[in-house]
Ligand binder design. Sequence first.
Ligand code: ADP
Ligand code: GLC
Length: 468
Amino acid sequence: MRVLFATPECAPLTKTGGLGDVSAALPAALRALGHDVRVLLPGYPAVLGALPQAHEAARLELLGEQARLLDAGELLLIDCPALYLRDGGPYQDAQGADWPDNPRRFGLLSRVAALLSGGASPLEWRPQVLHCNDWPCGLAPVYLSFETSRAAAVMTVHNLAFQGVFDPAWLRSLALPVATFSIEGVEFYGKLSFLKGGLAYADAITTVSPTYAREIQTEELGCGLDGLLRARRDALSGIANGIDTDAWDPQRDAHLAQTYGRWTLERKSANKEALQRRLGLAVDAGRPLLGTVCRFTEQKGIDLVAEAADELLALPAQLAILGTGERRYEEALGAAAARHAGSLGLVVGFDEALAHLIEAGADLFLMPSRFEPCGLNQMYSQRYGTLPVARSTGGLADTVSDGETGFLFQRATAAELAAAVRRALEVWRDARRWRDMQRRAMERDFSWAAPARQYAALYSRLARWQPA
Ligand code: ADP
Ligand code: GLC
């Protein structure tokens, strides 16, 4: 299969969360199965800087922008300095404010994705399937519907809470015909919704776990799009993500103080000690160390960790927390860290190396998410023998087996989180049982091979009745 994989972020060049990881690992896993996958990505400074060998494949004039399509082999880049050449993240400036021209930035990404997937593509290479990821690619299936001899379009939802909803005044400069601004199209309560366009026009919709595929059809987690998703349920499926088992391998991880495996678990403790030192915690092998790494947002339930902190530390236990995000959560955690110097270590920032050390050094990994489309850290932590304590939702429910490879709890409250940690620590104190659970968790196969095969099967089903 020839597949064009369009995405706003791709690790290690640019990553704000799990989508960056998926955009690197899934195309690679599909290639390993023999498929021809190219990734289309905006030419942010970090991307262009890392790929100086990229050469011009076409000059584009779209949506009133002058741009160049750069060919870097497996990657195709959109070089449009007016839109992408600036310091900051893919979606926000350095202060954390959304770029005011995001509709143009990602309108262009969507438009180029559609161009390359239709009859008017300037490239000889023609994909059979266009795979779109999250709202920044949401308009691609809409634009593609106007192309002749087009590829089939798959829309993957990594997080339904982010929809790309903007003033309808953008319609004109995005060259969207007024007919698309309807309840069957991009219109969402009087606004223009990128994601709704993708969900309405794609030939197939996927999301990143089977449970989340069901949850988004309910009012509770449907974010206002549950009606549309129910109407399209025959086109909707859930495929749980895998993880990059090379980058996340406790036997070979260069970020660790000490590598270890299933049969050398005694060596894991050197990482606990290194983590305790790194965060200024009391060095004590006998004290359970609870870790967490996440964006500080309501989704991740990081407020529940802050709320439960006093109770958790009194168990006794230590906390190792890494993340960035909303100011209110950074402040609440900062206050807890100040109250509990030596037992609560907090690092505010994005730090890949420390994320690996927390996965290896902690005893338990906390993920009290209010919703979680898939989640990657619970899989990393099982692979590292750091058993997850997670809320039973979305991909967490699909990838953690309660009492076998981790601990699940039902309601998003500080009390239920603390109760689940207590339950986990009862097992932790029983060295034999704990080892058994660790080994069972470490044995689980979270590689991309199986999910990649599921995507490939979906692609070939679609390509068979490919719209002309
Ligand atoms: P989401 O995409 O919703 O943020 P995921 O669990 O799918 O959640 O993916 C998050 C990814 O980002 C993981 O690889 C995690 O380790 C990483 N990550 C999140 N915050 C940080 C941070 N502050 N430092 C390092 N890595 C982080
Ligand atoms: C989103 C979700 C996360 C998922 C990731 C990759 O960011 O919040 O649960 O793992 O996308 O699909």
